[in-house]
Design a protein around this ligand. Structure first.
Ligand code: IVH
Length: 699
């Protein structure tokens, strides 16, 4: 293909994607793929200036649709140039010859211009092609938080205020669920939902949607102004919402620090951001630098790595967890996102699949936020061709064919009731025992757990229940040959030829024991004397996590004391409610469960805290005595469980929900509703660093 042909092709594609995006609220491709196309076009045009005339790369948005009356902007509404690396950002900072810079989040929403005459909102419009937008005044009037009349005084005769209209992530999920429920078409992502909700013919629909707006600039302005930050102060004093997160810094390196810092905090913001906008603060300097046909030279968007990609939903299957819960998950055409390849995404339960409105065969928007597990936001309905199929929750366990049923009436989750011999449940429980949070047995990962519980050879699995675990010997391990399963889905992994991967996991080629076999036996031996609460958690009793297990073990001192306690006695332990107490009683009522405990005891597992002087005797004193602390989000130097362990070790209570009684909240990246709740209640929020500093030295 010649350059001329490629330029033509790119222009056609870009025009199509822009039209869909701006006029129909559809993301037919991901922002990243789109940016890539624009980049390629710009580079080609630079190399071939003879074709550069009338290029979409030099234009803004798409022309206004016919749905709304045209609204000519008094000052053009521009787009922004992008920087994707520190080098590109520095190159821009050098071109503009330094700060001060105003830095703020780049909100993933849609641009809207508000016109105020003598303080009264007289019109609102989308960006359109930058010259003429769509008149959406009636719709914008319904958005809470946009003043119809400015407060304060000294309002100029006329101003155009520009900002971003958007949807909070949680509101987006609720919206899609309600749209699907009433038979409508869900949105692919929050940005589309904002645009689709604002660009409604009937403003009553807009009014029913929790849209928000933050303002970040101005167009026409009758009056004197000195700096961007001064504008924000003024707008604020008139009741217009600007971001609280902006900061004016002196030089490029401080601006880059802002960029790095905000990226870490990215997921504590309730709406999506796709980068940072850096603006020259002084307006005189902005005017000197001026604009190109599509973007100001005095501002740049630093784009973070994308967290959203489009991919195909190939299938929805069900995996069975360690307590039998059947969880639907998406099988996706593999895609790269946030630095890793994603092939599966959990869908939590059948209700959620319905609420998302996704169908098998859909192109879907997949979001992977940092280290957080990938999730499907929604389908790109416009790309459906009629071959898509609705997902139906299976009625039988995919691994043991038992009939799935809710554990209790009204539960959303279906469960496989065959706890004893469902291969999936046993495999998951054994892998759980090996995990860091439980017995922390490095050689007992998912491959080992699969090999031990469901080998291809020998016919008799050496681990048919947890009871067998501490009786393993080299003789039992050596003959094992097994498949390798994916830990997230339980599906077989494939080798380079596409066949199911098979391994002789515990022996070398010459038949001698592999390192992992020796290590497993040694690790299991060491695990016999781990803290009692870990042994209790290892039993996979529903609701008994590390926090409850610690409380129970501290109180009772031994497994026999716990299992001999009555429901009432159990429930009176701090942090152990009636549900948990009943769960323990029910668990112990099964013979094969009792068998696990007695076989572990025979194998030498320590089932009591040495020197514990009877029920109720252990009260911990420490820096957190009397405090109730909540840990949320992901931490970097330790897991949440570790943090909770430290809280308990210091006499505090680790709680899972925030209330007025919460002493403080430790929040890491990814914190969501708990953080919001804490802020709402005025509960102190600290970061990991501060938490560490409050711990005594030895910790
Ligand atoms: S300033 C002259 N600040 O991003 C244009 N824009 O990709 C100055 N956007 O068209 C825009 N957050 O709609 C600015 N904090 C922010 C922004 C922001 C989001 C949008 C804006 C712009 C688009 C460019």
């Amino acid at each position: 293909m010649s350059s001329a042909e490629r330029i033509e092709e790119l222009r056609t594609q870009i025009a199509r994607y822009r039209q869909a995006y701006y006029q129909k609220d559809q993301s037919l491709i991901s922002d990243q793929e789109y940016d890539q196309l624009e980049r390629e076009l710009k580079e080609l045009e630079l190399a071939h200036p003879e074709y550069a005339a009338d290029s979409p790369a030099a234009k803004v948005g798409a022309s206004a649709s016919e749905l709304f009356a045209p609204h000519p902007h008094k000052e053009r509404m521009l787009s922004l140039d992008n920087a994707f690396s520190e080098a590109e950002f520095n190159a821009w900072a050098e071109r503009v010859v330094g700060g001060p810079f105003l830095c703020e989040p780049k909100i993933d929403g849609l641009a809207v211009s508000l016109t105020y005459e003598k303080g009264k909102l007289i019109s609102a419009a989308t960006r359109g092609d930058g010259e003429v937008g769509e008149d959406v005044t009636a719709n914008v009037l319904t958005i809470k938080g946009i003043p119809h009349q400015l407060t304060g005084k000294n309002h100029p005769a006329l101003i155009e205020v520009r900002g971003e209209v958007f949807f909070a992530l949680a509101d987006f999920e609720r919206l899609n669920a309600s749209i699907v429920k009433s038979g409508g078409k869900p949105f692919a992502n929050p940005r589309n939902s904002a645009s689709g909700s604002l660009r409604q013919k009937d403003p009553k629909i807009t009014a029913s949607r929790p849209l928000q707006m933050l303002v970040h600039g101005f167009g026409a302005w009758q009056g004197e102004l000195a700096s961007q930050s001064e504008v924000y102060t003024l707008l604020n004093s008139w009741g217009l919402p600007t971001t609280k997160r902006y900061q004016v810094v002196n030089d490029a390196s401080a601006a880059f620090e802002f960029i790095t810092k905000l990226e870490k905090e990215r997921h504590t913001i309730e709406h999506e951001i796709d980068g940072v906008v850096i603006k020259i603060d002084q307006l005189a300097r902005q005017r000197e630098l001026g604009t190109t046909s599509r973007a100001p030279r005095w501002a740049i968007a630093f784009k973070y790595p994308p967290e959203q990609v489009n991919t195909k939903l190939l299938d929805v299957r069900v995996s069975i967890g360690r307590t039998g819960r059947a969880t639907p998950f998406a099988v996706l055409a593999p895609v790269q996102v946030a630095g890793s390849e994603v092939e599966f995404a959990t869908l939590h339960n059948a209700d959620q699949v319905d609420a998302k409105g996704i169908m098998i065969g859909d192109t879907v928007v997949l979001r992977k936020a940092g280290d957080v597990i990938p999730e499907i936001l929604g389908p790109v309905v416009a790309l459906r061709d009629g071959s898509e199929k609705k997902f139906k929750m299976p009625t039988k366990c995919p691994e043991c064919a038992s009939k799935l049923a809710p554990a209790a009436e009204g539960d959303v989750d279906l469960r496989c009731p065959n706890a004893k011999s469902c291969p999936a449940q046993l495999r998951e429980r054994i892998a759980f025992i090996g995990s860091r949070a439980v017995l922390d047995i490095e050689a007992l990962g998912y491959v080992s757990a699969t090999a031990l519980t469901q080998p291809l050879e020998p016919a008799q699995a050496p681990v048919q229940s947890e009871a067998d675990l501490f009786d393993l010997t080299l003789e039992k391990l050596l003959p094992i040959r097994s498949e390798v399963l994916d830990p997230d889905t339980g599906l077989p992994k494939h080798d380079s030829e596409g066949k199911n991967k098979v391994v002789d996991f515990f022996r070398k080629k010459d038949g001698s024991p592999a390192e992992v076999a020796l290590k497993l036996l040694a690790n299991l031996n060491e695990a016999k004397t781990k803290e009692l609460w870990r042994i209790l958690v290892a039993l996979s009793i529903r609701h008994v996590g590390p926090v409850a297990a610690r409380a129970l073990c501290d109180y009772f001192g031994s497994l026999s004391a716990i299992f001999n306690a009555s429901e009432t006695e159990l429930a009176q332990v701090e942090g152990v409610g009636p549900t948990l107490a009943k769960s323990i009683i029910d668990w112990w009522a099964e013979d094969w469960h009792q068998d696990i405990v007695s076989r572990w005891q025979k194998a030498g597992v320590q089932l009591a805290i040495p020197n514990h002087s009877g029920p109720g005797s252990m009260v911990r004193e420490g820096v957190f005595s009397g405090m109730t602390i909540v840990v949320t989000g992901s931490l970097t130097t330790m897991s949440r469980d570790d943090a909770e362990a430290k809280i308990i070790a210091e006499g505090g209570k680790a709680a899972s929900s925030v209330s007025k009684k919460t002493s403080f909240v430790v929040a890491g990246p990814g914190a969501g509703s708990k953080l919001a709740k804490a802020e709402e209640l005025g509960v102190e929020v600290i970061d990991e660093q501060t938490f560490l500093s409050r711990l005594p030295r030895s910790n």
